[in-house]
Design a protein around this ligand. Sequence first.
Ligand SMILES: C[S@@+](CC[C@H](N)C(=O)[O-])C[C@H]1O[C@@H](n2cnc3c(N)ncnc32)[C@H](O)[C@@H]1O
Length: 727
Amino acid sequence: MKLTDNEIRDIDRYLESGKSLPDSYRFLLFGDKREVELVWNGKTNEVSTVVLPFQIIEQVDEPREEKDKKMQRTIGDFDARGRQNKGWTNKLIWGDNKLILSSLKNGPLRQEIEKQGGIKLIYIDPPFDIGADFSMDIEIGEESFTKEPSIIEQFAYNDTWGRGNDSFITMIYERLVLMHDLLADEGSIYVHCDWRLNSLIRIILDEIFPEGYRNEIFWRRQPVRGAKATSHQYARNTDVLLFYVKSEKYVWNNAYKPYSKEFIESKFRPDENGRLWRDSDLGDYSESSIEQFEQNGRIYITKSGKKRLIRYLDEEKGEAVGTIWDDIPEVNSMAEERVDYPTQKPEALVERIIKASSNEGDLVADFFCGSGTTLAVAEKLGRKWIGSDLGKFAIHTTRKRMIGVQREMKNAGNDFRAFEILNLGKYERQHYIGVNENLRDEEKRKQLEKKDAEYVDLILSAYRAEPVKNFETFHGKKLNRLIAVGPVNLPVTRLFVEEVINECRQKYITKVDVLGFEFEMGLFPAVQEEAKSKGIDLALKYIPRDVFDKKAIEKNQVVFHDVSYIEVTPHYKDNSVAIELSDFSVHYNQDNAEKAAATLKGGKNRIVVENGQIIKVIKEKSGIVRHVQLTQSWTDWIDYWSVDFDFESKQEIIRVKNVDGDFEEQWTGDYIFENEWQSFRTKKDRSLELTSIYKEYSPGRKKIAVKVVDIFGNDTMKIIEVNIGGK
Ligand SMILES: C[S@@+](CC[C@H](N)C(=O)[O-])C[C@H]1O[C@@H](n2cnc3c(N)ncnc32)[C@H](O)[C@@H]1O
């Protein structure tokens, strides 16, 4: 850097008077010689380096029968039940993909990914349409009801859209840098976006993948119809896919689509057997090749005596695919593949991408996986996969979809892989209070402390508890119970609760409430039982959304509800046991009937959830208010349930770095729920079986685990002990 004396003096003057430097100094002071670059308020080259442990909470694998096991040559080994127990297991990870990506990049799973040849293809479809992603329509009987986003989802939404395009670009930039790093050298990335952000995303992709640009593809979502056609501009009926590669070594298979009807009609004619053919120039074929064609009856002689090559339609690959994709329709309301996820993309679209940019056996990833379209297509095309999403409902939708794919593959006699559902393990306090990342460290720390204290005070006052000091994990006290407040924008994890239990043991505390917006999957009841065995009465309670509503706090209307409750009954037949789901209750609240009745206009209705009941509040034109309870039976709350017939058979093993810096395997002390049997509602079939199949055992004691996922996507587990052949 060479500055003139004048420039140095100038800079001194600006700094002394506490003013910002003019923009022109950016190019003089910094080494970066990029000529064109997108800059925005908050842009930084720093990316997350956090490594959080992944916890496997469930393994899903449709058991293979004897005949299928022989067919499975490519996958790995199978246990006596026909479940995969070796080789790569696909991964569905619940959590914020920033933390997931940095943990994949810097943590022990990286080695496993590299062993598979690295990630060859990433497709992402981030939430580019403000407000579209986190509310879910849930069917209940004949009615449909909109589940509002959870607080955690709302925080993510604010992170993404709080400051409009600036925050979206900040969000996606950091994640794209991490994805670039994770991609194999032969890897490609497709970023699905639309007119709102394609121009900005393309510029940042140019920066992150220098020389990597391949295509900007326009996907016609739908033909132009109705009002769209008459608005004051051309109808916006396309999405954009930006295709970039990491290096020149990228995987590529030419893509073709069938010829159009018009093209076939204009170019092809039938031969005497009705087989369609056309003729084409012989180009630079050698004499001997032409002779060969003649012997095979592949030469056509024109009226003027010229030789032309005969090409049959059924032997042609079709039309090479260009950058306008107008042959793939959106997922319509009747489509077979529809899973009722609002932003679901068509399988045919992702299929074209996966076929062109990966080969069988390659690892494909989608870090904004939504309903799991990429993962479903990857599995069907024999690719390995990693998917992640922040929404519990998205993870649950994907779980059901992938079980459906496994069943489909099994019925067709094809290979399929087991998949795991993972949580991100341990969160640190600074990740969960939305601190402004653009501040300097000292200011960040101060803001974090302040926000943290405000948040805890708010929750304690809503819970009618008093603050306490000098504890590590406790924030408050109510009657004779100590209160630990969970994070605001992340779920309460097992490690969080374990720290609470440790402090209880050190300080002889026996009664505790842990409050959280969401709880890690598979957390209860195991953690409560663990506490009980140590003499601690541990209650887990959901913090309701209306803690942020001052009036509700003042009126003492805020109800912290308990986690769900499951009752199961084992049925014995000789040495076999079947599990019946005999009761289930939840205590959710969303909105309330009194408020709805007061604010509704005559002739309108609204659906609310009050203490675990879904109620339709109807206000007649006359002003009379009626309540119709939509949840008629406890089973209405259940979307899915599954059974692990031998719960303690699969230990959760993780890889941790030892003192020498090498990774070694360690048992966490927990078990992985193996999803061996399940019943769930689908869009087409809303019925649910309430008793499992009979499972045969050798005599002895066994632990059986039952997992229920409710229609909001939250899960609860229950473990029972059975004594087979016992007296
Ligand atoms: C447009 S949808 C993807 C739809 C998907 N392509 C499909 O076919 O179903 C975007 C998804 O990104 C998820 N998401 C948003 N922010 C996220 C984050 N920070 N980490 C992980 N997932 C996130 C949302 O929950 C949503 O499911």
